[in-house]
Ligand binder design. Structure first.
Ligand code: BTN
Length: 274
């Protein structure tokens, strides 16, 4: 990745400035961030890799991390306050919006967001986000936000072909990973200065909910299957004040806790994960 000068300029004045850690290849940028956090790495450190040998996805999934084709990065956040599970959801939602904004600004493509944090172009996923809170003590003090963006892949292995896409496949042209990373980190700076600011967390939350409703077709009126609590179906019915997706079912309104939301509309029924 042609990192330094372009990126350094773009990061001036952000809390990522001077804190970029680049690896030609690594097991997982999330794992590296967790390891370095344990030995005192700073708030705002960014871990990027050109390839991952053990990219981690949500649940038991792996993240296909072809050399040089995608953006594989993780951000270490060490706010002053103790973190909790609800913070992880806000971080993930904010990161999804930041990715959508960065992709729009560089490529003009409009990304859909499948709650909580899969980014889609049409029915196919091009970006996944994995937020992990440090589990080392009861007082969680750091979070790692891992972002995988398919940028210049020309194709995918057979098992992913119907599920995955890349910015290149969707637009017909290649894109600079550095330009997308720079736009992403600037968008993350904007999102997280609101979320981590002591005074205005509530308004940051309301603003995230408002923008998600505009960005995502999944928040209202989509027929879905939810792969939790034994599995159930219903129609999406908005977000609650904590950022959780609501689904109207035959037996009442339910709150989706962790994800696994899939469309039941014929043209999107195959998007089962990636
Ligand atoms: C998902 O399953 O949708 C989340 C995928 C997250 C992948 C990214 S790639 C960079 C970072 N390092 C990892 O090991 N995983 C995340």
């Amino acid at each position: 990745m042609e990192t330094t000068a372009e990126l350094a300029g773009a990061l001036t004045g952000t809390f990522f400035a001077g804190k970029l850690r680049h690896f030609p290849e690594i097991d997982s940028t999330n794992l590296q961030a967790m390891r370095e956090a344990a030995s005192g790495a700073e708030h705002g450190t960014v871990y990027i890799a050109d390839a991952q040998s053990a990219g981690r996805g949500r649940g038991a999934h792996t993240w296909h991390s072809a050399p040089g084709a995608g953006l594989y990065c993780s951000l270490l956040l060490r706010p002053h306050t103790t973190l909790s599970a609800p913070d992880a959801l806000w971080f993930s939602l904010a990161t999804g919006l930041a990715v959508a904004s960065a992709v729009k600004s560089v490529t003009a493509l409009h990304a859909d967001i499948r709650w909580p944090n899969d980014l889609l172009l049409g029915k196919r996923k091009f970006c996944g986000i994995l937020t992990e809170l440090s589990a080392s003590s009861a007082h969680v003090r750091h979070a790692v936000i891992g972002i995988g963006i398919n940028i210049n892949q020309a194709g995918f292995p057979p098992e992913l072909q119907s599920l995955a896409t890349s910015l290149r496949i969707a637009s017909g042209q290649e894109w600079s990973r550095t330009a997308i990373l720079a736009a992403l980190l600037r968008a993350m700076q904007a999102e997280f200065s609101g979320l981590l600011g002591a005074d205005n967390t509530q308004s940051a939350h309301e603003d995230i909910l408002r923008r998600l409703r505009l960005q995502s077709t999944w928040i209202e009126g989509k027929r879905v299957h939810v792969d939790e609590a034994g599995g159930y179906t219903g129609v999406t019915a908005g977000l609650n004040s904590l950022g959780f997706l609501q689904v109207q079912t035959a037996t009442g309104l339910r709150t989706v806790l962790s994800g696994g939301v899939r469309s039941l509309d014929a043209e999107q029924a195959d998007a089962a994960g990636h």
